[in-house]
Design a protein. Structure first.
Length: 494
């Protein structure tokens, strides 16, 4: 059975999605979706264990060997991401059982679970496949279901946000498929292992350079790299709280994975420095994005939008780490992929708890809630401290390794900019603390109390994880460093 784990973790949520429409009982649908996502998480744990013990796992679909057939390749990099994506998929659904009952009409709830499992399928498929065209297929599965999840929001602006994401996402997907098509035209293969072997021979071909340019721009649009991020704030702000938490913790992280996989495993790390000026471009966009979106976050009046802009800033840190071009810099990026998922899932689930009680995510409506919802507000503050990078949190570990990588490279000015940008996070997190603990309630709501236990439990599991993995870094740092070292070795992890 263990040899079939790569395909099982895609097939199980894929088959579970339509079953959610067949099961008519609302409570049973939620339990079923949670069971499917939990099983997917357990399979991912088994996958990671197999990789650690036995190395790269190769699965040939239908028994057809690559490049004629499609293969799944599971190594340190994607097994690491599969773990966090499937974990977030399961834990968010625990809280979703309560939150969507308040935020969604009854006739939309089964559709939510169907789209949720389809999105999970797409994300896991992207991480698992070793075929460039399959990346596009699974990317579209996750994107189409994401548009649906966002459009299910109760605010009418959710439809506009979904439509905006649809337009931008379609442009990004078109760029990606053009890039894949041009690479296939030049090399005659779609298998990423074969592409890695054949592309060096034609690196300077105009067709290949165009293909790489199209592919990278399309992926950067999907991962919301500044200034291609304009679809993200509204998408996070107006989607149902559970959908926001899931997408914030997983979607952009998987897109960053695609960029890393393509640049380091397929094209090669040297290409980023010697053939195209990708290093300079990524550094400039990363730093600019961190400052521009952190400043934008300070002035937001909706707390979901505030943390949405914060997410774009954090993506900037990931891109900076990748662009450093060293194993230490890449390991800082991989570490932040894991840690940022924990931060944002905790924050958006806690915000969902507030929305459940008061029906609003406006910052002014958080006034005085520190006394009425102490556990929920404490979770938001804890997530904010992790976002800033306070010691003993995962955010500190991420920024520590990023700073070490910059110093190791000798980039002192960039190190100073990264440290200054962290102060901007202090400002917008302090705004929340000020409203929550030092302001009088502007809206008097009788019997406002903490979020239900079904929401508090997953919220605090994530908060504790933010602290635990900030102290015990053996899993996260160990695997990220191993994955980064392999990506910089000859031939990458292939």
């Amino acid at each position: 059975m263990t040899e079939h784990l790569p395909i099982l973790q895609v097939i199980i949520p894929l088959l579970g999605a339509p079953l959610c429409l067949i099961i008519r009982q609302e409570r049973l649908v939620g339990v079923f979706a949670l069971l499917v996502s939990t099983l997917t998480f357990l399979i991912s744990c088994g996958q990671l264990q197999q990789v650690v013990q036995n190395g790269v796992q190769v699965y040939e679909l239908g028994g057809w060997a690559a490049p004629w057939g499609i293969e799944y390749r599971i190594d340190y990099l994607n097994s690491y991401l599969l773990l966090i994506v499937s974990a977030m998929g399961a834990i968010v659904l625990v809280a979703a059982q309560t939150s969507i009952a308040r935020e969604l009409a009854r006739n939309r709830r089964m559709l939510f679970y169907t789209a949720y499992l389809l999105c999970l399928t797409g994300l896991i498929g992207i991480l698992s496949t070793g075929d460039a065209f399959n990346i596009f297929v699974f990317l579209e599965i996750s994107s189409l279901s994401s548009y649906t999840l966002i459009a299910l929001g109760s605010d009418r602006r959710a439809l506009t946000a979904s439509y905006q994401y649809l337009i931008m996402g379609t442009i990004g997907a078109t760029f990606i498929i053009i890039g894949v098509g041009l690479m296939y035209m030049t090399t005659g293969t779609l298998n990423m292992y074969d592409l890695a072997a054949r592309l060096p021979e034609v690196h300077h071909s105009r067709t290949v350079l165009s293909a790489i340019g199209f592919f990278i721009v399309g992926v950067c649009l999907k991962l919301a790299l500044f200034p291609l991020h304009l679809w993200l704030p509204n998408a996070y702000a107006f989607a149902p709280s559970a959908a926001t938490a899931f997408l914030a913790a997983t979607s952009t992280k998987v897109a960053v994975y695609v960029l890393i996989r393509f640049v380091f495993s397929v094209v090669g790390a040297e290409f980023m420095v010697t053939v195209l000026p990708l290093q300079e471009i990524f550094i400039v966009l990363g730093v600019t994005g961190v400052f521009a979106t952190s400043i934008s976050a300070i002035y937001q009046l909706n707390i979901k939008r505030l943390f949405a802009y914060s997410s774009v800033a954090q993506i900037g840190y990931m891109i900076i780490g990748m662009a450093i071009g060293t194993p230490l810099g890449l390991s800082a990026t991989l570490l932040h992929l894991f840690n940022h998922a924990l931060m944002k899932a905790a924050l958006f689930l806690a915000i969902g708890g507030v929305v459940y009680r008061i029906g609003s995510a406006q910052l002014s409506h958080f006034a005085g809630l520190g006394r009425q919802m102490p556990w929920t507000m404490a979770a938001i503050v804890a997530g904010g401290l992790s976002l800033i990078g306070v010691p003993l949190t995962v955010g500190f570990v991420s920024k520590w390794y990023l700073v070490l990588a910059l110093l190791d490279k000798g980039w002192w000015p960039l190190t100073v900019l990264v440290l200054i940008s962290s102060l901007l996070a202090v400002i917008y997190v302090w705004r929340i603390v000020e409203w929550v603990y030092f302001s009088q309630p502007r809206i008097i709501i009788d019997e406002v109390k903490d979020a239900p236990l079904s929401q508090l439990v997953p919220i605090w599991i994530l908060v504790i994880a933010n602290v635990y993995f900030g102290i015990d870094t053996s899993l996260t740092v160990g695997i990220s460093q191993k994955a980064a070292a392999l990506l910089f070795s000859v031939g990458g992890t292939f």
